[in-house]
Design a protein around this ligand. Structure first.
Ligand code: ZN
Length: 507
């Protein structure tokens, strides 16, 4: 395995962090003894892991976003400041800190794009409703020009191979907008052929077959296309095919950038039986991501700090992942670069992505698939992880609900690599039901997180109740496995540190 470790990369960010006054300030919360004592039991640890402590880290993430143009997406200054903050805190706490650099495809739509029909019927189409700038679209303004239909199959849409062959563009007038229909080949092929023919922009309209009629969201797969490309519905495509003029105006950034994962390993503990806990550190380019995922990231900093004096039986490795929002890039890059030996040494992976949603449900990853079958391969020991969380919440008199283990967050690469996995989640764009309101309170018919992936995902976008409960649950699971993984893999741990004894100790 070749792992690039570069501390210099973040030096500039650390310097500006200091200038911003974001340097560590000891949390006021928790018993005074937390600063000195060794939190080697769950009672002690949970006393010291406080919601005020997590909020301190979320405030730092908000400040990083404020200093970085309102966002903390990987490849932007707000992310680098966030990573520098984690590095500072973890080094100060005495962990072995690893900065794991990798490349990823960055994409951002800057400002508000437009897509208009000028003639025959002047129409301003609405972004997100009528059209979408395709992921990895190029940047540009076409001016008002004709839409040129390219080998359309409007009579029998199932036959569409529109734009798939260079020959489709024979006679295409350079400078026009290529009007192509979905079907038969990659969007990137259609866009590349159009660009080669001199098109100023591309409209890809939905195919028109059953289920492919409305606006759709597509990706060109990666950077490379130099002209603006939008997707739209079959209906708008048909209207434009009858002889229309109009324009596309989109400013995008589509390029390869470098970013980092930050890992912090305990100095003590068996390095052949590693307990990992991870959270993605990046936001989407649309907002500051202080809940998604400043909540999970902040909780892990707090837990790591409060565990810093513990000498665990097993090595503990905390991870803050980069470019999760670009397709789980950081965690996948990390896992695929592990040797088999390094992979075998990881006994469990715990994921914390969104644990303070304002309109929350206490979701626990369904490790045994008893309520919702996983949509990815999950090792059977994941049932043990789920059970530990369920037992913990049960001991606190708190109800939970199962959530599917799928490919939505950074546990993915670990689960499919055969590492027992689990985690907590408080909901994203899903809609809260009346039954869930009966249990958790909140508002029925609204999203679990109304600011999910939006600019309003700020410091104030939080349920302190959910954040507090889930931070404790996470701390409980991390310390329990850090001391004893017998239920996972038969490796006996320290003293009476079995999950059952830990639960009893909380009563
Ligand atoms: Zn997330």
């Amino acid at each position: 395995m070749k792992r690039i470790i570069r501390r210099m990369l973040l030096l500039a960010a650390v310097t500006s962090l200091l200038a911003l006054g974001l340097t560590p300030i000891a949390a006021e919360a928790g018993p005074r003894s937390c600063e000195n004592r060794v939190n080697n039991t769950v009672q002690k640890l949970l006393e010291c892991v406080t919601v005020e402590g997590v909020r301190e880290h979320q405030a730092a993430f908000q400040a990083a976003a404020d200093a970085g143009g309102g966002i903390r997406a990987s490849g932007t200054p707000g992310y680098d400041l966030s990573a520098a903050y984690v590095v500072e805190r973890m080094e100060a706490a005495g962990y072995n800190v690893i900065i794991d650099e990798f490349d990823f495809d960055f994409f951002q739509v800057v400002g508000t794009p437009s897509f208009e029909q000028a003639t025959p019927i002047p129409t301003s189409y609405i972004d997100g409703t009528d059209f979408d700038v395709m992921t990895f679209s190029g940047s540009g303004s076409t001016g008002t020009v004709p839409f040129t239909p390219v080998d359309l199959s409007l009579g029998d849409p199932s036959l569409s191979t529109s734009g798939c062959e260079a020959a489709d563009f024979a006679g295409f007038t350079p400078g026009n907008i290529a009007l192509v229909q979905r079907g038969a080949c990659f969007f990137s092929d259609k866009a590349a052929n159009a660009e080669a023919a001199g098109a100023a922009g591309v409209v890809v309209f939905n195919q028109g077959t059953p289920g492919r009629e409305d606006l759709f969201f597509g990706t060109l797969g990666g950077p490379g296309v130099g002209i603006p490309v939008v997707s739209t519905s079959f209906g708008i495509g048909v209207a434009l095919a009858e002889g229309a003029t109009g324009s596309i105006d989109a400013t995008t950034i589509s390029e390869t950038r470098t970013t980092v994962n930050v890992l912090a390993e305990s100095v003590h503990g068996d390095p052949t039986n590693v307990v990992m806990a991870g959270a993605h550190l990046d936001s989407v380019p649309e907002g500051p991501g202080v809940q998604d995922n400043g909540s999970g990231s902040g909780a892990l900093i707090e837990i790591a700090e409060q565990m810093a004096k513990v000498k665990p039986r097993n090595q503990v490795r905390f991870a803050w992942w980069g470019a999760e929002e670009s397709g789980l890039v950081g965690s996948i890059d990390y896992v695929v670069n592990l040797t088999q030996e390094e992979l075998d040494a990881i006994s469990v992976y715990l994921n914390f992505d969104m644990i303070g949603s304002p309109n929350f449900v206490r979701f626990v990853y369904d490790g045994d698939g008893s309520d919702i079958a996983p949509t990815i391969a999950v090792p059977p020991e994941s049932a043990v992880v789920e059970q530990l969380f369920l037992d913990y919440f049960d001991s606190q008199g708190l109800e939970t609900e199962a959530t599917v283990i799928g490919a939505r967050s950074d546990h993915f690469a670990f689960c499919v690599s055969g590492i027992p996995c689990g985690g907590l989640f408080t909901g994203a764009e899903g809609i809260k039901t009346a039954e869930q309101v009966d249990i958790y309170g909140g508002v029925a018919g609204e999203q679990y997180d109304p600011c999910y992936h939006l600019a309003c995902d700020t410091f104030d976008n939080i349920s302190l109740e959910a954040l507090d409960q889930n931070s404790d649950a996470a701390a409980f699971a991390i310390l329990t496995f850090a001391q004893n993984t017998e239920t996972l893999n038969g490796q006996k741990g320290k003293g009476n540190f079995s999950p059952q004894n830990q639960l009893k100790a909380l009563d």
